[in-house]
Every structure is written in structure tokens, then in C-alpha cells.
Design a binder for this molecule. Structure first.
Ligand SMILES: [Zn+2]
Ligand SMILES: [Zn+2]
Length: 193
């Protein structure tokens, strides 16, 4: 391969790694855990009292910005090693981060009345890219449409949410049963005394 081809390949690989692996890391390392165990993302990104164009894009509320920043950290961690592989790798990684940021803005435009044209729709469907209409689904029902950039993370993310919730439910039921048994034992002991 000539050097121009090698450079282009380097650029493309770095771009894809940050987009695909970064989205994986952010979805399973931040977004899904937030939905399962934490409050920040639900309180900010899923705050139904204000327009999500406002809270995802233009808000300067420190909590909203913190949620955005924490969601971006996995992408940055994935991008960091690519900065040691020369200028084309750096360019590809930076380009992916820029596209990722543009996609954040774009995927919140349904609030402003955006409707994806047929060509955009088929392009995104082909590459499994999240459309604003898809992400709108996540705002309507926070249990569906996970994945920032790619829709193929939605099914495994939903499976993970379902699995963890099932375990949480089971643990709660077991705990309640244990409490009931302890209460009965205490009552018996009190009666015997
Ligand atoms: Zn959103
Ligand atoms: Zn969410």
C-alpha cells in the first residue's frame, strides 16, 4: 500500500474506533449504569419539564453540563491512545469526536421540528446510525433506544437493563421474605417469654 493509502486507512480506523468503541464504552460504561443505579442523567437529560433541545444543547446548568461531560469521557478515553499513532490517527480520532458532538446537537432537533428526509433516513438505517427520530423515542420512553450514535447497542443495552432489574426485583422479594420471617420469629419469641 502506498503512503497516502496507509494514511487514509489510519484516519478511517481511528475514526471508526472512536465512534464505534467510544459509543459502546459510553453506552455500557455511563448511560445504562445511569439509568439503573444513578440519578444525574435521569434528572437532567430526561427532565420532562423543559425542552430537550434546551437541556441537551444550550443549557449552561452545571448538572446538565456534567451529565454531558461524563457521557463524553468514555469517548475521550478510547481516543487517547490514538494520539500516539501519528497525525492521521490523531486527525481521525478528533474528527470522530467532532462528528460525535455534531450528532448530539442533530439528534435533539426533533424538538425544533426536524424531520429526516428519505435519503438521510435510508443512509442512517443502512449504517445503523441513530436518527433524531430514534433518539426522540429515548426521551419519550427512557427504557428504549439506547446508543448515542449506533442503534445496534440498543438491543444489548435493553437486555442488560432488563437483566439487572430482574435481579434487583428478586433480591427485593427475598429481602422482604426474610424480614417477614424475622418478624414472625420475634413475635413467637415475645409470646414464649
Ligand atoms: Zn437526548
Ligand atoms: Zn437516557
Amino acid at each position: 500500500m502506498n503512503s497516502a493509502g496507509g494514511s487514509l486507512l489510519m484516519f478511517l480506523v481511528a475514526f471508526l474506533v472512536v465512534a464505534v468503541v467510544g459509543d459502546f464504552a459510553s453506552t455500557f460504561g455511563y448511560h445504562v449504569p445511569q439509568h439503573l443505579w444513578f440519578k444525574l442523567h435521569l434528572r437532567t437529560h430526561h427532565d420532562r419539564s423543559r425542552s430537550y433541545w434546551d437541556h441537551a444543547v444550550i443549557s449552561k446548568d452545571p448538572e446538565v453540563m456534567l451529565d454531558g461531560f461524563l457521557g463524553a469521557i468514555p469517548y475521550l478515553i478510547v481516543a487517547a491512545p490514538l494520539f500516539f499513532f501519528g497525525p492521521f490517527s490523531i486527525a481521525g480520532a478528533v474528527f470522530a469526536l467532532v462528528i460525535g458532538q455534531l450528532h448530539v446537537w442533530w439528534r435533539h432537533t426533533t424538538d425544533l421540528g426536524w424531520k429526516s428526509p428519505a435519503a438521510v433516513r435510508s443512509f442512517c438505517r443502512f449504517f445503523h446510525i441513530v436518527l433524531p427520530e430514534d433518539h426522540d423515542g429515548h426521551h419519550r420512553n427512557p427504557d428504549v433506544e439506547f446508543g448515542d450514535l449506533f442503534r445496534f447497542y440498543d438491543a444489548p443495552a435493553r437486555a442488560m437493563v432488563g437483566y439487572v432489574r430482574k435481579i434487583q426485583r428478586r433480591r427485593r422479594t427475598a429481602l422482604k421474605r426474610l424480614q417477614r420471617i424475622q418478624a414472625i420469629r420475634m413475635m413467637r419469641r415475645a409470646q414464649q417469654a
